[in-house]
Design a protein around this ligand. Structure first.
Ligand code: GRF
Length: 192
């Protein structure tokens, strides 16, 4: 495959990383235009961000399905129907099974707010502070069926400062997320 890759972004909430990806695609010769945004949560703020940018936005509510496989079958069908080449998880808060991730192997990436392999899962900033770490950061990685464990594409580090709370640290890390995610997406898209 060569040329521009059609990107489908999966979200669950706020959508600030989605905003960063949308801003990045204004660059000339951007290789990864977003053609579709899907939220598993109705009313996610990111859906409005997508619509305001003229991007097709769908809700596929996971609670409406009997199980993960049924939910993922609909998700997969929507991505295929919209000719998505590359899936980007941007604050998508559902675990994905191998049945889904195997179909998208090498073509699905995620951003995680820690320096993986440290602090997989939730509450990463509180855990970094509790551990007394001197730095934190974020990781863009390929998605596999093992949570937050696929091959690392890019990382950014930020200092942990005296007096940091999970909130102040999260804000510093989020800024770094917005910087590395578009770059990592472009590099994956160019290599596909
Ligand atoms: C980000 O911190 C991301 O790393 C994590 O969830 C948060 C999503 O934020 N997986 P947003 O919806 O992109 O604003």
């Amino acid at each position: 495959m060569s040329g521009r890759k059609r990107v489908g972004v999966l979200i669950s909430g706020r959508g600030s990383n989605l905003s960063a990806l949308i801003a990045a695609q204004k660059a000339p010769h951007w290789p990864a235009p977003i053609c579709l945004v899907i939220s598993n949560r109705p009313g996610a703020a990111g859906l409005d961000i997508a619509k305001s940018a003229g991007i097709k936005a769908l809700t596929i509510d996971h609670t409406a399905f009997a199980g993960r496989e049924e939910f993922e079958a609909d998700l997969h069908a929507a991505l295929i129907a919209n000719k998505v080449d590359l899936v980007v998880c941007a604050g998508f808060m559902r675990k994905l099974t191998a049945g889904f991730t195997d179909k998208w192997q090498g073509r699905i990436i995620n951003i995680h707010p820690s320096l993986l392999p440290k602090y997989k899962g939730l509450d990463t900033h509180a855990r970094a502070l509790e551990a007394g770490d001197s730095e934190a950061g974020c990781t863009v990685h390929h998605v596999t069926s093992q949570l937050d464990s696929g091959p690392i594409i890019a990382q950014a580090r930020v200092p942990i400062k005296a007096g940091d709370t999970p909130e102040t640290l999260a804000a510093r890390v989020l800024k770094a997320e917005h910087e590395i995610f578009p770059k990592a997406l472009a590099s994956v898209a160019r290599q596909l």
